[in-house]
Design a protein around this ligand. Structure first.
Ligand SMILES: Nc1nc2c(ncn2[C@@H]2O[C@H](COP(=O)(O)OP(=O)(O)O)[C@@H](O)[C@H]2O)c(=O)[nH]1
Ligand SMILES: [Mg+2]
Length: 219
């Protein structure tokens, strides 16, 4: 047996175990009515900024808890603290995604009962998180106007499975010469069933549609 074959078999068994645990999570979330969002994107496309503004603006409208994943540091958890929502940071120590087991351990550190929604900020990249089901209600992929219009075509898997696709940082779209039509077209090509939203966490443009989406999920 050659080395590459062994790697594939290990990968499949890890993914199989993850899928089993994710299915348990999904059942538990459905039974308790907790809505769970898995937010994925490249590093720096604005996941934490979107959550900062969302927690502030929805403080009195939706009871949200947050799990944030990063390779290292608790910077994001610190940014999200003090906004009325419980926040748990997971440092993956090198893994480029969160898996269902990491989410299980993070949930042990949080009282889920008062919550309507749990938002998981996944580790920033467009590859690894695509393969790991967390049992989420909805997967949301972010792509910022600075990343290049072709990214959905280059990383289709993470877009294909998304329930919503959010174009971020539209306040600087013009300044960076983003081709918004091409970006929309490319997202729709790989994610035809995803709800398409466009917003800026900085200017606030488009945020109400995002909030309506979240409140619709929680209703
Ligand atoms: N102009 C602009 N910058 C943003 C916006 N959202 C995030 N940023 C900036 O983009 C950088 C990365 O944001 P961050 O939230 O850390 O991204 P994450 O790595 O996906 O969590 C930071 O410097 C943010 O201030 C936005 O809507 N407009
Ligand atoms: Mg972040």
């Amino acid at each position: 047996m050659d080395g590459s074959r062994i790697v594939v078999e290990i990968g499949e068994s890890v993914l199989g175990r993850n899928a089993e645990l994710a299915a348990l999570h999904r059942k538990r979330f459905q039974e308790s009515g907790l809505r769970v969002l898995n937010i994925v994107s490249s590093p720096g496309s604005g996941k934490t900024a979107l959550l900062e503004r969302t927690l502030t603006d929805l403080r009195d409208r939706l009871r949200i808890g947050v799990i944030v994943g990063d390779l290292q540091t608790d910077n994001d958890a610190r940014r999200l603290q003090g906004k009325g929502a419980p926040v748990v940071q997971v440092t993956t120590g090198g893994y480029c995604h969160l898996d269902a087991g990491m989410v299980a351990r993070a949930m042990e550190a949080m009282d889920l009962r008062p919550l309507q929604m749990l938002i998981i900020e996944n580790v920033g990249n467009l590859v690894c998180p695509a393969s790991y089901d967390l049992g989420e209600t909805a997967r949301v992929v972010l792509v910022s106007v600075t990343e290049g219009e072709d990214k959905p075509l280059k990383y289709p898997v993470i877009f294909e499975r998304a329930d919503a696709a959010v174009i971020t940082k539209i306040d600087i779209a013009e300044a960076v010469g983003a081709d918004m039509e091409a970006l929309r077209r490319n997202i729709q090509q790989v994610a035809p069933r995803a709800l398409l939203l466009e917003l800026s966490s900085r200017s606030g443009q488009g945020m109400e549609a995002w909030y309506r989406y979240l409140e619709g999920l929680a209703a």
